[in-house]
Every structure is written in structure tokens, then in C-alpha cells.
Design a protein around this ligand. Structure first.
Ligand SMILES: [Zn+2]
Length: 255
């Protein structure tokens, strides 16, 4: 569902997002009636506003480099900005990717100055007032910023690692190594989740991360093959246009 546009970027929410909203409202209602409902919905909306700001960080930086951004899609698992074209210049990809977590750390800094750091972090108790609300947002933004820096696809950290590697090697090779690092970390994470914490749901999440790394590598490889194909076609066409017609061909005369 399309919501509104921000500097030309369409903000859209996935249908399942409303299920999450209904769930938060219901949980809040059961906890504490109307005020619980307001708190549940309010904190969820504030959280996803921060997700949108994170995506806008990526988007505005991309637009600064002349890359079009079609829309930002919000899903219960997070947000996603859809670019017209992924830049192949490592320095640009690095800046575009860093801008997302940078927004989260900026929010953390502003809230830290405004209301102070939550006591007992990361296991803080948040009071149901304005200070608690602000500290809860600080807590979430700190986690969102750090989590996104973990060097695995589809998180920003995977792209940051790829961009850093791409300054020293071919783009496809950099993607291969970045995806491989992500896959190894995903396997370690999945094993830890299964055998140390016995949470199969987290293991499923790591399986998804493993899969995302493989998909990213395949997408880049496919594009690389297509690009090489078109370069060859263009080179042939260019070479053909430079070749003079065979001498035995009679000159074409106008009637
Ligand atoms: Zn991001």
C-alpha cells in the first residue's frame, strides 16, 4: 500500500505490516487498556519511523550521486530502498551504505544528549513516560545501527565489506568474498542458535542470511555475464561499422 512521497520517493508498506500493528495494539490493550494500546502502537510507529529515516539516509545519499530511488518498502522485518541502479564505484557504494547506520547513530547521539543513556543498558527497564519512550528509541537505534554493520548480506555491513574489498579487487570477486564471510558467520550463528540457545527460529533467520549471501553473489555474477555479453555485441557492431565493404561489391548507384 502506498502512503506518501518524500522528495519524490514513494513510501509503501507491506500488507503484513498492519498485522504487526494490530498485534502490538492487542498486546498493549491486554497489558494496560487504552494507555497500553497507545504505548504499543506509538512505540511501533516510532520504531518504523526510524527505519524509514535509516532508508532515507541511503536514498538521499544515492540521489546526491544522481541515482534514482523508486520507493522505500516497509515490511515487518525492516525496510528496503529500491534503487534504479546499484553503483559499481566502491567509494559511492560505501558512502550510500554507511549513510543508513549513520542516521541511527545520529538519532542515538541526539537522544543521548536530550534524555541521557538508559541505565542498565542493554537490559534496561523503560518507564512508560516521555523519557522512557525516548530512551527506548535510543536503545532501538543503537541496536539497529550496530546490527546493520554486521558484515553479512543483506545487511549494510555486507555491502560495506564488499565495497572495501572492491577497492582492491574485481567487483565480482569482492562480492564472492563478502558473501563467503557472511555465509561462514551465518553457519556459526545457526549452530550457536541450535546447540547453545536451542532456538530454531533464530537458526531459520541465519539460514535466510546464508541464502541471501548466495543470492547476492549470483545476481552480481549474472549481471557481470550479461554486461560482458553486451560489451562483446557492441564491440562486434563497432568493428563491423569500421570495416570497409568488400571491394568486389559493385557500388550502389541511384536509379
Ligand atoms: Zn541500511
Amino acid at each position: 500500500m502506498n502512503l506518501f512521497r518524500i522528495r519524490g520517493i514513494q513510501l509503501a508498506v507491506h500488507f503484513s505490516f498492519f498485522l504487526l500493528l494490530a498485534f502490538a495494539a492487542q498486546e498493549g490493550w491486554q497489558d494496560d487498556g487504552w494507555s497500553g494500546l497507545l504505548w504499543g502502537v506509538g512505540t511501533l510507529v516510532a520504531f518504523f519511523t526510524c527505519v524509514v529515516l535509516h532508508e532515507l539516509g541511503h536514498s538521499f545519499t544515492a540521489m546526491h550521486f544522481g541515482i534514482g530511488v523508486r520507493r522505500i518498502l516497509l515490511m515487518p522485518i525492516g525496510g528496503m530502498a529500491e534503487f534504479d541502479d546499484i553503483p559499481r564505484q566502491p567509494s559511492r557504494e560505501l558512502l550510500i551504505t554507511l549513510a543508513g547506520p549513520a542516521v541511527n547513530f545520529l538519532i542515538v547521539a541526539v537522544l543521548w544528549i536530550a534524555v541521557g543513556f538508559p541505565a542498565g543498558w542493554p537490559l534496561s527497564d523503560f518507564t512508560a513516560d516521555a523519557t522512557g519512550f525516548a530512551q527506548l528509541l535510543l536503545h532501538w537505534n543503537l541496536i539497529m545501527g550496530c546490527f546493520n554493520l554486521v558484515p553479512v548480506f543483506p545487511m549494510d555491513g555486507g555491502r560495506i565489506l564488499r565495497a572495501l574489498l572492491a577497492t582492491r579487487m574485481q567487483y565480482l570477486r569482492a562480492t564472492f568474498w563478502a558473501a563467503s564471510v557472511g555465509k561462514v558467520l551465518a553457519v556459526i550463528g545457526a549452530l550457536g542458535a541450535l546447540f547453545l540457545f536451542h532456538t530454531w527460529l533464530t537458526a531459520v533467520l541465519f539460514a535466510f542470511i546464508f541464502y541471501a549471501g548466495e543470492m547476492e553473489y549470483r545476481a552480481v555474477r549474472r549481471r557481470e555475464i550479461e554486461d560482458a555479453h553486451w560489451r562483446a555485441v557492441l564491440a562486434r557492431a563497432y568493428a563491423a561499422s569500421l570495416t570497409p565493404p568488400p571491394a568486389e561489391d559493385p557500388p550502389v548507384l541511384a536509379p
